[in-house]
Design a protein around this ligand. Structure first.
Ligand SMILES: Nc1ncnc2c1ncn2[C@@H]1O[C@H](COP(=O)(O)OP(=O)(O)OP(=O)(O)O)[C@@H](O)[C@H]1O
Ligand SMILES: [Mg+2]
Length: 441
């Protein structure tokens, strides 16, 4: 039931007002002073307040000001009930947020009409509040769904890369295995040779070296192909060590790429993050492109979400590789180039990913960041890569992502990220140069 609070220090007036309220089918609550009015308002939440201005103690205008500064009571329409000649009070009251006013003495019918209007305003406000609440809930739900979608895309990216990574690990693993088998056979050969030399040593000690034994030793040396082994064994060891290093690098890059649990921004070595992403995605580009990196060794640590940053780079590198594949076809004879550069300018870190691919035709340039916009066949692209990249760079980091392109020549995507978190503590500093040398991947 609609509740109307009547506030008046004169009992007769309060009664008259309450009668009018009840005459409209509303419930009347009555307060005889300002303090009581505030108490009843917070405990009983009336829909409308009829408020006398002139009261001893806290006057109506003060009550009104307090109601309007409290978020719980701000929306309740207040009708001031005031003596006719106090027009400056009416002006002050309306300026302070009163919904309406009624002059004393009043006509019941007029008061009732104004009351109904205030109740309608309150209902409209309540409806808007409810809709706002629903909209907010919907927004939260949508944000959650977008997060889940992003999470699914992240898993999909890792799943997509998994086959390539397995392949990348398999190649060195295979030659490590081949080399180890070769070393085993070489060791067996040396072992036999050592046995023959052992017998020669024994015979020498006993002064019993025969021509037969010497011939046997010569044959064993020939069989073992010692010159060949002495040349090849160090190479096999070296190659195996390099293979192991490669496997270790890939596994470390994989671990750092997915950054489990890093949902917080942290000071990040972007050069290293990019290098890791290029390592885990190698199988996506190596058949069509060479990757050249030109990293600024003095790039400060950048305050960002590392796994999100990695996804941006991955999406851009995969796009670059696909655009190059459209130019060079499947032939591994003619490769394009993906160039990744980093540097800084003032408070900004800049990453440029340049390809020698198709370029982006004029007519689709304004659409490439749109959700689900793709020019690729089903199974090759879903049109989410750049949307996600843009939302990560712009919304999550306050950065920018733009591109320059020329059809037939290629495209360069440029990302700018604020080095320091605008809301966080100061951080950053030059990186250790040793790890960040420029070069080919
Ligand atoms: N480096 C590039 N060179 C040429 N065209 C590009 C390049 N990057 C993006 N595009 C164009 O922009 C479109 C949208 O790219 P986006 O990464 O958002 O989606 P996608 O690559 O098609 O699919 P997904 O990334 O979801 O696998 C691409 O389909 C392509 O037409
Ligand atoms: Mg893409």
């Amino acid at each position: 039931m609609t509740k109307v609070l009547v506030v008046d220090d004169m009992p007769d007036m309060a009664k008259l007002l309450a009668n009018t309220v009840e005459g409209q089918g509303y419930e009347a609550l009555v307060a005889s002073n300002g303090r009581e009015a505030l108490d009843i308002t917070t405990t009983q939440c009336p829909d409308v307040i009829l408020l006398d201005i002139m009261m001893p103690g806290m006057d109506g205008l003060e009550v009104l000001r307090r109601l309007k500064t409290d978020a719980r009571t701000r929306a309740i329409p207040v009708i001031l009930v005031t003596a006719k000649d106090l027009s400056q009070d009416i002006i002050a009251g309306l300026d302070a947020g009163a919904h309406d006013y009624v002059s004393k003495p009043f006509e019941s019918a007029v008061l009732a009409a104004r009351l109904r209007s205030a109740v309608r305003a309150k209902r409209a406000h309540d409806t808007i509040e409810r809709l706002n609440g629903e909209l907010r809930a919907e927004l939260i739900q949508r944000e959650r769904m977008e997060m889940e979608l992003a999470q699914a895309q992240k898993l999909e990216a890792i799943g997509q890369l998994a086959a390539g990574i397995a392949h990348e690990i398999n190649t060195p693993s295979q030659y490590i295995a081949d080399n180890t088998r070769f070393l085993k056979e070489a060791f067996d050969g040396f072992n036999k040779l050592l046995g023959t030399f052992g017998r020669l040593l024994e015979a020498s000690k006993n002064m019993a070296v025969t021509d037969d034994l010497l011939r046997e030793v010569e044959a064993a040396v020939r069989r073992a192909d010692v010159d060949y082994l002495i040349e090849e064994i160090p190479k096999a060891i070296q190659q195996s060590l390099e293979g192991m290093d490669r496997v270790v690098t890939i596994v470390r890059a994989m671990r750092e790429f997915s950054h489990p649990g890093s949902e917080q921004k942290q000071a990040t070595d972007l050069n290293r993050a990019i290098q890791n992403t290029l390592t885990v995605s190698r199988n996506e580009w190596k058949y069509v492109a060479d990757v050249v990196t030109d990293f600024d060794p003095n790039l400060p640590l950048v305050w960002c979400l590392p796994s999100d940053f990695n996804r941006v780079i991955l999406n851009l590198v995969v796009n670059a590789a696909q655009a190059i594949a459209d130019v060079v076809g499947d032939s591994s004879q003619r490769k394009g180039t993906i160039t990744v550069r980093t540097d800084s300018e003032g408070d900004w870190a800049k990453i440029r990913i340049e390809d020698t691919g198709t370029g982006i035709p004029e007519e689709i340039r304004s659409k490439v960041f749109d959700h689900f916009f793709t020019t690729k066949d089903v199974g090759k692209g879903t049109g989410q890569g750049l949307t996600i990249a843009q939302s990560i760079v712009v919304e999550k980091h306050g950065g920018t992502i733009t591109f320059e392109t020329e059809v037939g020549k290629g495209t360069a995507f440029l990302i700018r990220l604020p080095i320091a978190d605008p809301t966080g503590p100061e951080q950053g500093g030059p990186l250790e140069e040793a790890e960040l040398a420029c070069g080919c991947v």
